[in-house]
Design a protein around this ligand. Sequence first.
Ligand SMILES: *Cc1c(COP(=O)(O)O)cnc(C)c1O
Length: 303
Amino acid sequence: MSERSLTGNIAIKVDKLHSDLIKNKNITVSMLRLDKIHPIVSGNKIFKLFYFLEEAKNSTHKKIITFGGAFSNHLASSSFACKISGIKSIGFVRGEIPAILSHTLQYCIQNGMQLEFINRTGYKKINEIEFKDELKKRFGDHTLIPEGGFSVKGVKGAEMIGNFYKQGVYSHVCCPIGTATTFAGLIQASRDNKVIGFSVLKNLNDINQRLQFLNIPPTKVHEVINDYHFGGYAKENGDLFSFMNLFYEENKIPLDFVYTAKMMFGVYDLVKNNYFPHGSNILCIHTGGLQGNKSLPTGKLKY
Ligand SMILES: *Cc1c(COP(=O)(O)O)cnc(C)c1O
């Protein structure tokens, strides 16, 4: 898979955002539309997967094994990317097998992913040697992709996102933080801008260890904002949905409620509170994830 085919030859563009919320601030906010890559397969995941898929494609086993929850964008993306690359995919899903499969898992199955359910106790051990040996015995040789692509290889893939916007133009580049792999890739990719990550987790208190594990030199400038997780992972409220609907009205850009909406809510709030210096030129990465909105009750979103 070449870098071009990663995006399906779709031109990824940067949209300038318009908002009454931040008018008269002498600040420009734009968005890199990685969500345009595919309607279901989320923007950043395909980048994080890149080098794992290369490895699997060039191997004799042509097989990957990976992990995620029942609504995981990572599993959805992995299943799709493997399908189009001729790679067999096996997805370990956290939790007991449900009576009704989530739309995400149904999508994975449609893409030919073999699903294996593993209870929460077992799931805690997926990074242990014994479990990995077990996988080898059961499935033979394979490329193992950590949950969310959290690895140096994942960072290397995410770094390619930096090829999709002009370097030297932006003062700040913003992204949501889940595992921090994308954040790390953007830190590596940036030349003269500060990277700001918006945590979607309530207790992200190990960011320095994560960045160290991902080989990011501590000297690289970055900032993590912890104030906009809305109570924790996949938690939401009426304010968030109102914001998403307004944002859609103003820009015709859909946000997902787990990641990109929280980032944008945070960016606008920080602009309002004069966090960014005058003249700042901010780029927000739309990391995709829109398939996650399908888990919401109808009527919450106007798109
Ligand atoms: C997975 C995901 C993220 C988080 O990326 P990390 O590299 O794990 O921090 C952000 N946005 C969307 C839409 C995602 O699906």
